[in-house]
Design a protein around this ligand. Structure first.
Ligand SMILES: O=C(O)[C@H]1NCC[C@@H]1O
Length: 410
């Protein structure tokens, strides 16, 4: 099955990295289950070590010629402090075009299926999987950099994951940090679609990572997200993110009360609350429906409705009083919207946490919620990474795209 030594040339197969590829509403997850260098310390320390010492491997795995600018990956970390204490069954580090992230919902949905299907050497914690025989669902806890996610995976009588039903996860405590916040835009940060305006109004919310949410018309696109111009919306959101990051009075909107490493703006999500679409994701009804276009990391575009941002948007809607405990909203990406609703994520408040004694955000000790996010993921391939010593481009990885020009991974 795997290429022979003769075929791949001077390659040490023993050092090769093994992956399974999946997608969640078109958003890829390259799941690395063996061959990544050993990492030490807590999961957050491992994340730092991966970023400081092994970033070239991230670029090799995700950038061209093996991936592309919008590729996403997850490295399984079977040993973490929460796995050791029994609070989690597996750990993971998430990778995107620009580094290692704190949270990823679409990858969590894919990992739920992958882990239930994986054999014990890949998933040593599988003997602790919790089965609910009444609804044929299995539960496991995943330790991600921003906390612990509780994943529920439907299974078949064979014990394998049931592709016909949605996977769901319970988010880390999620909360809004800013509502209707004016963002001043100095001249260097303005984009053409702003017209004469010198500021925009946005919301901020946390769902394992910090999101800035802006209405599509507020961004300057009156045609909404019907046929979005990806180049122009990317240009606008890049400048908006840069304006926020350059303004010291705005850093408080992306500050976590407990997790320092989460304290940065991960993404700008363009929200179109007007689009209504039929759904094929689930049988239940939805009280609200939105479409979004998510630019995250270095202007990477999420094909999926962005699970972490569903948690952030539900927390925001709950804080605004727009939805009640248990009510489900449906979230589309531009991909699910243009494919008759296939692949939309459902979100609902599963639990309202006791109010923290301390201030959690500029909004005060606003409500923190755990959000249930539902979606479906599919297998697309199995992949063994090999590298030939003589292959300079294949070793480093590179990107070639209209936004970045050509860049070598070094
Ligand atoms: O679903 C999510 O949460 C992720 N998808 C890519 C960007 C986010 O990390």
């Amino acid at each position: 099955m795997y290429p022979s030594r003769e075929v791949v040339g001077d390659v040490t197969m023993a050092q090769s990295i093994k992956c399974v590829d999946m997608h969640t509403t078109g958003e890829p997850t390259r799941i690395v289950y063996s061959g990544f260098p050993n990492l030490t310390g807590t999961l957050l320390e491992k994340r730092r070590e991966a970023s400081e010492k092994h970033d070239h491997i991230r670029r090799r795995l995700l950038w061209e010629p093996r991936g592309h600018w919008d590729m996403y990956g997850a490295v399984l970390i079977p040993e973490t402090e929460h796995v050791a204490s029994g609070n989690a069954d597996m750990g993971v580090l998430f990778m995107h075009n620009d580094g290692f992230s704190m949270m990823c919902g679409h990858a969590t949905i894919a990992l739920g299926r992958f882990l239930v299907d994986a054999e014990e050497p890949v998933f040593p914690g599988r003997k602790r999987l919790r089965l609910n025989r009444d609804n044929s669902m299995v539960q496991l806890n995943l330790h991600v950099p921003s906390g612990i996610l509780e994943i529920t995976v439907p299974i078949l009588p064979s014990g394998k994951s049931d592709v016909s039903r949605s996977v769901s996860f319970l988010s880390v405590p999620s909360f809004a940090t800013g509502m209707s916040v004016p963002i001043p835009l100095p001249e260097a940060y303005r984009w053409p679609e702003l017209g004469n305006r010198t500021s925009v109004t946005v919301d901020f919310s946390y769902g394992g990572a910090f999101y800035c949410l802006i209405d599509v018309e507020e961004l300057g696109f009156p045609d909404r997200l019907v046929k979005p111009d990806l180049g122009r919306t990317s240009h606008a959101t890049k400048l908006l993110k840069a304006a926020i990051n350059a303004n010291p009075s705005l850093t408080e909107f992306a500050k976590h009360p407990d997790v320092d490493q989460a304290g940065y703006l991960y993404s700008v999500m363009i929200v179109d609350a007007e689009q209504k679409h039929p759904t094929r994701i689930a049988d239940g009804s939805f009280v609200g429906e939105e479409t979004g276009l998510c630019f995250f990391a270095n202007q990477q575009i999420d094909r999926s409705p962005t699970g972490g941002c569903v948690a952030a948007r539900i927390a925001l809607a709950y804080a605004k009083g727009d939805l009640a405990l248990g009510q489900r909203w449906l979230y589309h990406s531009i991909l699910s919207k243009s494919h008759a609703g296939i692949g939309g994520f459902a979100g609902s408040v599963a639990e309202v946490l006791p109010r923290a004694a301390k201030t959690v955000s500029p909004l005060g000790n606003s409500p923190q919620v755990r959000v249930r996010v539902e979606g479906q993921a599919f297998y697309t391939g199995m992949y063994t990474v090999v590298v030939e010593e003589a292959d300079v481009l294949g070793k480093s990885g590179f990107v070639l795209n209209p936004m970045e020009g050509s860049r070598n991974g070094g």
